[in-house]
Design a protein around this ligand. Structure first.
Ligand code: CA
Ligand code: CA
Length: 257
């Protein structure tokens, strides 16, 4: 009885296969491939072996070695959007990601960074913000390997709950920022910025953005930064790196209404 059950279990377990082209999955979105030094956004239904292996990525580390991702979840996908889940891991099916330099998580309550975000908001709104800001995360890392650290910040107006808010309020904000040295000067630039307009109406559907992963996926010594934006009934993601002192969009993709 025991032996029969074991044999059945082994027969049921299929061997995980590698994907022929390194593929990135972001929040259940078959997001992009990387081949011949080029990122390509994935569109439409993809064919994946069942199951295949991929690394599960978190900020600065591989959270699980050779995570086996069950493909049935991805089947029947017409537009490569499956379902929104902010807790879904970023998955990478290519060679093991590299972490050439330390990725440092900084205490988000640091007052000097709160000031940085306030000043950024002031510049964007062209007025003193009428909200307090709170920082969700601060990550310090030398993205491009030039010896100078960059700082990535995920912040919002205090108490902002993003797409779960169904009533518009005045002066809300959500952003991901990069603070870095540009032409010898420390500057704060938006990777993503959302705000309600001063009348309290939505400029766009409410969006909330996250810095999901940082890893050198293609092994070129520069970190890739994976940022997502979720909005009501939709989501998008983008991969950036830092080249010649500027944030460069490598690939973006999105799905939803
Ligand atoms: Ca740098
Ligand atoms: Ca890289």
């Amino acid at each position: 009885m025991f032996l029969t059950a074991t044999i059945a279990a082994i027969a049921f377990q299929q061997q995980a296969k590698p994907l022929s082209t390194p593929t990135l999955f972001v929040e259940n979105l078959a997001f992009a491939t990387y081949a011949n030094k080029k990122w390509t956004a994935l569109q439409g239904k993809q064919n994946f072996p069942n199951p295949f292996t991929a690394f599960s990525l978190d900020i600065g580390r591989v959270t699980e070695n050779r995570f086996i991702y069950e493909v049935p979840f991805l089947e029947g996908v017409e537009a490569n959007f499956i379902e929104s889940s902010s807790g879904a891991p970023v998955l990478w099916s290519g060679p093991k990601p590299k972490y050439p330099r330390a990725i440092q998580i900084v205490n988000p309550a640091q007052s000097d960074y709160l000031l940085v975000v306030k000043e950024f908001a002031k510049a964007q709104l062209k007025a003193t913000p009428k909200f307090e800001v709170e920082i969700n995360s601060i990550i310090r890392v030398d993205l491009d390997g030039d010896g100078k650290e960059e700082v990535l910040i995920e912040a919002q107006s205090k108490g902002f709950t993003g797409m779960y808010e169904f009533e518009s309020k005045k002066y809300e904000m959500n952003c991901t920022l990069i603070r870095h040295i540009k032409n010898g000067k420390a500057v704060t630039e938006p990777i993503f910025f959302f705000t309600n307009n001063p009348e309290g109406e939505f400029n766009d559907p409410i969006q909330i953005t996250h810095i999901k992963s940082i890893a050198d996926l293609n092994g070129d010594g520069r970190y890739e930064v994976i940022v997502t934006a979720n909005y009501y009934e939709g989501q998008s993601a983008a991969v950036y790196n830092l080249e010649k002192g500027a944030l460069k969009l490598l690939v973006e993709n999105g799905a939803g209404v």
